[in-house]
Design a protein around this ligand. Structure first.
Ligand code: SF4
Ligand code: SF4
Length: 504
């Protein structure tokens, strides 16, 4: 290559941001995520360039890499079979990579250059570490799939709710979980974790509206904390709420225990109210907005969960802007058809309209780029943060316990119980079941096996796929939407890396 001192190579990855692992937000709050909240638990290993460069080994530009332009100067590279996420490079690095398409040694490429060789050797090494280039002759690899060390449990604290959302999958009653059932549930979950070597447990306090039975949440969390401390298991807690009512006392109690808060907000004003009204038919947006303001004032920022249906599609950019302006993390969940919502005809989204709304939303994100990565939050059940073979932990490391202590595999199928916490190991029940929701690996799904995105998308929610197709082992009905938005999401990630690593 002909170099002069103005040719400065730049290679930027998320590892260049301080506290990189904690800037990953996972879209798991209303679902069973197989991805941990804390990359350190799963072995988040930053790349290093400690090894000295072998000048005479032939390296090749990894042919799997997807190139996505950011602007005239920068591109994002993404290796779908790698483990290092998005990598941003400038044009001079891209020129080097294209020279490596058929394989070359460092010595061959730079033999006529005598300027900045040290910098280029570092760049070369960095590209190797980030799996952008690899020794020639090596077969395409699969990514490393980490074993999840966290057991996730959905505790159905109550079957009652003060809202009447048309997409809700519950047949609601006024029944709440009682203390004896709750304690037995916690003990059974801890036993499952111990029997299976989990290092941490995430409890999702859910319902119905979980805060309607909040004294039980506090009791169960304290009970779990004591029990897990005895066994050296880490405890994570999150309360899933509609945000209609949060007293200052409750906020303080949750803060004291470090229980995170997820609030559902589907739009601003009418867009929220049209699908999240109170049971008396009155609107709930103002109440939820008040709760969010109160939480921000208490310096206890909630996570915002946005359910996207055909009804609120047009308001999606606006609600995302609301979250970004308040420095709140958020996630997008596409409406999933279910038996309770079968008679509501304006929830099922049209593919093209969903893609348009998401791309408009991405434009809003571009003008309000958050410091955290949106790659785990805006892609429904897909994510581009950590490779995985399944979209969620169903059948593996996820347990749902209803208000009576009965065990189910997925909260969307909470009435299809397979045993209870009083007589059995709940995780064993979930793992052994062959009749309820099945969660095959993406490699087993028709249409997914050769897909570029397979280890990031994992083929979508199995319950949603089954409801649409009658099969679990087939690609998601949202496949076209996912494929349309992944590249744009990666471009946003590139912009984030440029902005927060100080290059732009
Ligand atoms: S659902 Fe579609 S995008 Fe997802 S892995 Fe399967 S083929 Fe790929
Ligand atoms: S099956 Fe679908 S709804 Fe159930 S936990 Fe998995 S992704 Fe979520």
């Amino acid at each position: 290559m002909n170099l002069d001192s103005r040719n400065v190579p730049y290679v930027i990855s998320s590892f260049d941001l301080p506290d990189a692992g904690r800037l990953m937000v996972h879209n798991c709050e209303d679902c069973a995520c197989a991805v941990s909240d804390d990359r350190h638990i799963l072995g988040w290993i930053p790349v290093t360039s400690k090894n000295s460069l072998d000048m005479y080994t032939k390296f090749i530009y990894n042919r799997q890499i997807i190139e996505i332009p950011i602007d005239n100067e920068w591109k994002v590279l993404f290796n779908p079979l790698g483990n290092n996420g998005a990598v941003v490079v400038n044009l001079i690095v891209l020129e080097l990579l294209h020279q490596l398409k058929h394989g070359s040694t460092f010595e061959e490429i730079f033999k006529d250059s005598n300027v900045g060789l040290k910098k280029w050797a570092d760049t070369f090494q960095r590209l190797i570490s980030l799996q952008v280039i690899q020794p020639a002759g090596i077969l395409d690899r699969s990514p490393n799939f980490n074993n999840n060390q966290m057991l996730t449990a959905w505790l159905h604290i109550t079957n009652a709710c003060n809202l009447d959302c048309p997409y809700c999958y519950l047949n609601k009653t006024s029944e709440g979980m009682d203390e004896a059932t709750g304690c037995a549930t916690i003990e059974a979950i801890v036993n499952s974790a111990l029997n299976n070597g989990f290092q941490s447990i995430k409890l999702k306090y859910a319902g119905g509206e979980s805060t309607l039975n909040y004294p039980l949440i506090l009791k169960l969390h304290d009970h779990a904390k004591t029990l897990m401390a005895e066994h050296d298991i880490q405890l994570h807690g999150v309360i899933l709420s509609n945000g209609v009512s949060f007293s200052t006392k409750l906020i303080n109690e949750l803060k004291k225990r470090n229980i995170r808060i997820m609030i559902s907000l589907d739009g601003i004003g009418y867009n929220h109210d049209s699908q999240r009204s109170l049971i008396n038919g009155k609107p709930s947006f103002r109440l939820v907005d008040n709760t969010i303001s109160k939480l921000i004032q208490s310096e206890y920022h909630p996570h915002i969960s946005i359910t996207v249906t055909q009804r609120n599609l047009n308001g999606l950019p606006e609600v995302v802007q609301y979250a970004l302006e308040r420095n709140l993390t958020f996630s997008l969940n596409f409406f999933r058809e279910n038996d309770c919502a079968v008679h509501v005809h304006d929830l099922k989204y049209q593919e093209n309209e969903m893609i348009d709304a998401l791309l408009h939303t991405f434009e809003v994100i571009e003008t309000h780029l958050p410091r955290w990565s949106i790659l785990g939050a805006v892609l429904d059940r897909g994510q581009l943060i950590q490779s995985r073979k399944r979209p969620c932990g169903v059948g593996q490391d996820y347990i749902v316990i209803d208000q009576q202590g009965k065990v189910a595999k997925c909260h969307m199928e909470i009435e299809k119980t397979i045993g209870d916490v009083f007589r059995s190991d709940p995780l064993l029940l979930v793992r052994q079941d062959t009749k309820g929701v099945q969660n095959p690996s993406v490699d087993e799904k028709e249409g997914c096996k050769d897909c570029t995105w397979r280890y990031w998308c994992s083929g979508g929610c199995p319950v949603a796929t089954f409801n649409a197709t009658g099969r679990f082992d087939i690609k998601s009905p949202n496949c076209n939407i996912y494929k349309a938005i992944y590249p744009t999401a990666l471009r946003l990630e590139g912009l984030r890396l440029l902005k927060f690593s100080g290059y732009q």
